[in-house]
Design a protein around this ligand. Sequence first.
Ligand code: ADP
Ligand code: MG
Length: 238
Amino acid sequence: MGDLKLNGVTKDFGSARVIHPTDLDIRDGDFTVFVGPSGCGKSTMLRMIAGLEDISAGTLEIDGRVVNKLPPAKRGIAMVFQSYALYPHMSVFENIAFPLRVDGLPQAEVEAKVNRAAEVLKLTERLDHRPGELSGGQRQRVAIGRAIVREPSVFLFDEPLSNLDAALRGEMRVELSRLHGHLGNTMIYVTHDQVEAMTMADRIVVLNAGYVEQAGTPLELFHRPANRFVAGFIGNPN
Ligand code: ADP
Ligand code: MG
């Protein structure tokens, strides 16, 4: 399961309101992209969903249960950040296995889960290597492997490709779409890149200055933008 419901979710930092009251339904299995300019509140939104940031007002429900007070580890959510740190002295296997070691899983189970994740991410041949011996794309896949290995029902990605060059970014977009097709779980992907949003999303949420300007399918936004901001933003890919 991985249904999310935001009811009036709001974020204030001191006297600054950075997320205005937001209602949003995210259906189980959807690939949802939050897109908007830098500083509009994308990361803050993800961090509230992940439980890394308190919700100032409103409620967040996961599968019908209010989780405002639930710590990150108990939400069934995994997050992949823009800058990911792999352990350089550990093998790819141990990098992916790390969260399972923390959970104290028995070795046989660790091996089964890591091998499954590696297969999905086409890293099976690289499990004995160190991160330093991998390409940028492979290293990014190891970071994703570490997120999927606990089999969360919801994945959050915060601009995971923005440090990669254009060719690799294109390749990773395809990889992530494939991963979504394979795992079929809920994914929320944050980007400031309209092309990424249009090509990857089942559903796009356009954010601007802490407000949701529009939520809909890529085609809906393209053909029926709710306002000039959406029309300009979606219509002007960079
Ligand atoms: P985005 O990810 O879309 O670039 P952020 O969610 O990082 O935007 O930031 C949204 C707004 O909230 C920005 O104006 C930012 O300066 C502010 N902000 C983010 N984190 C904090 C914080 N810890 N304290 C105060 N202001 C913050
Ligand atoms: Mg951000």
